[in-house]
Design a protein around this ligand. Structure first.
Ligand code: NG1
Ligand code: ZN
Length: 484
């Protein structure tokens, strides 16, 4: 009896315990995988509730470009996009609540599509999500190891009436057909090495091999070749400006991240990086010849790209950091809204999807309309380069990046830094820190700098650009000292 009583006591205590107080950040919950077990089950419940017992929603278990030890999830809304911001608070409440306080409604006719990346703990965490979904009575559609954009695609397809999108056949067919409509057969073949960061993107690259006119994709840094996102992938290359592992300057290279929603290109022995800003510029300059184009950037966009775009697009806007913010603005701008964060996350939205100009129709099916998709974006870039008959050097030469530097600084409580709501490029608090940054900027030729708390890592991000690299480095370091 005493043993049973102890067991009941322990069980009751556990039910009253608060799980880790996670924050729904820039792109969902993200933390050390060990902290996520409870949250994942709650996320399953929330996703089912969001579907309202009728529609499909999705949960992708991934921590994207973060180190292997981290994990997280991205909740996919009924339209195939990211979870509506208004629901983030509810997701937080549910993830943080003691078990005894969780009320689980019935969502019998809903479907939650569950996918995961290649991390060791992703399968177990996805099982937790499934358990949460099952508690609501909704059906789980497990699509296994997929890229984040593939999961978004599945959700959208299901809600648009597809019987089953889980084999991804429709996803690949759409890409191949659209690309091959732009690039005719018989076009001389270009080889493109895709640095897959040791992640799931390699599976998609393999699927497309041999199917694209004039383009042979080669997966480099496949699952198991390297540790996920370490010394390779889009985040490493864009932030560190260093060649990824297994880089070969004689071959054409692009780099994607751990869940294949970011893309940057790189080339040469002097290692030049063509980032998301340059992808946006390439696509805007081409599409702008046929329709009215708008672009959305974040404060991290290189000043030279902003100057280039400002004279070439019909509308240019700045949004807060994070895809959900740039995506929303791009969906509301001109016929075609292009957004790319410098880190390579972006896409082209065809806002009058019913009637894009004839010539652009295949671009409208190639570009992922839900979220940034590294694989689709690489095909867009390759198609435009072929149409223009441009090399990577030609593309790179459209403008010269201003020298810039990004740093991170860990502080005891990054929530003390409150940026402005509009673009997150100024601090409202602490005012003294913003004044110190203003002072440093004013002393730097062509200087620009800002700091903001990251929404995906426990750090403060520091960005600086200036007329010369030493000046950009010095400005970034001085801001870092001011933050620390
Ligand atoms: P945070 O950690 O909030 O800066 C990062 C990226 C965003 C976005 C999200 C989601 C930078 C400077 N920030 O957000 O652009 O991609 O991750 O993945 O690259
Ligand atoms: Zn990613």
């Amino acid at each position: 009896l005493a043993v049973a009583a102890t067991a009941v006591f322990v069980w009751k205590k556990r039910r009253r315990q608060r799980p880790p107080q996670l924050k729904y950040g820039t792109a969902g919950f993200r933390a050390d995988a060990k902290l996520l077990w409870v949250a994942m089950e709650r996320v399953g419940i929330l996703a089912a509730i969001r579907g309202g017992g009728k529609k499909a929603t999705g949960v992708m278990v991934t921590a994207s470009h973060n180190p292997e030890r981290d994990n997280g999830c991205k909740i996919v809304d009924t339209d195939g996009g990211m979870l509506a911001e208004a629901w983030e608070g509810r997701a937080e409440e549910l993830a943080r609540a003691p078990e005894a306080e969780v009320r689980v409604p019935r969502c019998d006719d809903g479907v939650v599509v569950v996918g995961r990346d290649t991390r060791r703990h992703s399968r177990g965490l996805a099982d937790r999500v499934k358990r949460g979904v099952a508690r609501t009575g909704a059906r789980v559609l497990d699509v296994g190891v997929v890229t984040t954009p593939q999961l978004h695609h599945c959700v959208r397809e299901l809600n648009e009436g597809a019987a089953d999108a889980s084999d991804l056949f429709g996803y690949y067919r759409k890409l191949v057909e659209a690309y091959n409509r732009i690039v005719p057969p018989g076009t001389p073949t270009v080889e493109l090495c895709v640095d897959c960061a040791g992640g799931v993107g390699a599976l998609a690259v393999e699927k497309l091999r041999g199917l694209l006119n004039g383009l042979e994709l080669v997966a480099v840094n496949r699952v198991g070749d390297v540790e996920l996102n370490r010394g390779c992938g889009a985040e490493f290359v864009q932030k560190e400006r260093k060649p990824p592992r297994n880089y070969d300057p004689r071959r054409r290279f692009c780099c994607i991240d751990g869940d294949a929603d970011r893309l940057v290109y790189c080339y040469g022995r002097d290692f030049r990086v063509l980032d998301g800003d340059k992808i946006a510029a390439l696509l805007a300059s081409y599409l702008g010849e046929y329709c009215r184009v708008g672009c959305v950037q974040t404060a991290y966009a290189n000043g030279a790209s902003t100057a280039y775009l400002s004279t070439r697009v019909d509308s240019l806007a700045t949004a807060k950091t994070g895809v959900k913010h740039v995506h929303a603005k791009a969906a509301d701008i001109m016929d075609v809204g292009i957004y790319f964060e410098p880190n390579g996350h972006g896409t082209v939205l065809f806002n009058n999807a019913k009637s894009p100009p004839e010539r652009l129709a295949p671009f409208a099916s190639l570009a992922n309309q839900c979220v940034g998709d590294a694989i689709a974006d690489a095909l867009l870039v390759e198609a435009v380069l072929k149409l223009r008959n441009w090399s990577l050097e030609d593309w790179d030469a459209i403008y010269d990046d201003l020298p810039s530097r990004q740093l991170k600084q860990k502080i005891p409580d990054r929530a003390l830094l409150v940026p402005d709501e509009e673009t997150e490029s100024r601090l409202l608090h602490p005012e003294t820190l913003q004044l110190a940054i203003d002072d440093l900027v004013s002393k730097t030729p062509r200087g620009r700098a800002f700091v903001r708390p990251s929404g995906t890592e426990d750090v403060v991000r520091i960005y600086a650009e200036a007329a010369s690299q030493p000046d950009a480095d010095a400005l970034a370091r001085a801001c870092q000292r001011a933050v620390a």
